[in-house]
Design a binder for this molecule. Sequence first.
Ligand SMILES: Nc1ncnc2c1ncn2[C@@H]1O[C@H](COP(=O)(O)OP(=O)(O)OP(=O)(O)O)[C@@H](O)[C@H]1O
Ligand SMILES: [Mg+2]
Length: 358
Amino acid sequence: MARARPTATAAARPPPPAHDAVLQALPHPCALYDRDDGHLLRCNPAFERAFGALDEHVSRDALLRRLGVPEQHAPREAEVMAPHSGRWYAVHRGASGDGFELLTAVDVTERIEALNAQKRRQEKLLFTSRLMSVGEMAATLAHELNQPLATIVNYLNGSLRLVAQAGGPVQVERALQAARAQAEHASAVIARVREFVRAREPRRDAHRLDAIAGNVVELLRLEAERLQLRIELALAPDLPAVYADRVMIEQVLLNLVKNAIEAMREVAPPQRALRVEGRVNLDGDVEVRVCDRGPGLTPAEQGQLFSPFFTTKSDGLGIGLAICRSIVEYHEGRLFHEPRQGGGSVFGFTLPRAEGRA
Ligand SMILES: Nc1ncnc2c1ncn2[C@@H]1O[C@H](COP(=O)(O)OP(=O)(O)OP(=O)(O)O)[C@@H](O)[C@H]1O
Ligand SMILES: [Mg+2]
């Protein structure tokens, strides 16, 4: 039991024994303060362990200041880190009618740390997906520029031959040679970019979808909990392995599930659920479907869906689906969208089976 400074009020109104018994039985740090002058009347052992080392714990206001709880915090709950222990607490103040104030501090360190770890992992994934799109943009650019550059060099060579046959003028010949040197230099740069992109070519292997989908769902579990959103995994039990680059397919599924979550921001919590289905389709390929109960898509949106930088979100880049599409097509699969029966969207993709390939 903490040292409680006796004061006039405390002496006049000691906490009833029932209060004390409850206090001692509570597993979280709890303390009873005088509501008016804020000095400590009673506290339980958990409170002693958590805050006893702080001199300020004998005064409610001093303790709250030390913990950094905002002066007039409303609602009367705040999440703060105790400076002396580094642990996080959800601090709650509840006044009772009889002149006492109960302060409880629930240790939420684990949740906060899990959230931070989750945030770091997501930032890393986002970074990977940006890197991948930069790589793809470079590959596309290199591919698109290679052809016209080769043509330019051909024309310049032809013109140089004609100038040589005509015997001048020498200024024109020099200009053409300079132009050819520049075009060849540009080709060399492009060739290096292509080599670099090729060096990090994906690695395809036999992978089980339940492992891939499990990873993605695990990654988004905390975010889903925060949004009171259920993610249901419904994969056919005998799903054959797919022939794929695991990291890339994780990226695709992550992007689709994130879009589905974002599409349900405005949906009431009971309907906030999404389903990841997996089955073998009529062509014998493995098909993954992400089904949400969001608003669906207008015909205009459907037309632009896969164009890079098309977004309807204030915080979106509009590259998620474009990346998904290029990854899926690289895997000889198909990315598709269809309206969901009963409202919402289905975004899905197909992948070849691994049998006979890996
Ligand atoms: N499940 C869905 N339901 C409704 N609309 C969707 C859904 N998925 C995608 N869209 C629409 O397609 C657009 C493009 O999606 P995409 O993933 O490419 O980009 P984004 O999510 O806006 O941004 P980011 O680059 O962060 O992924 C979205 O802005 C949204 O309008
Ligand atoms: Mg997206």
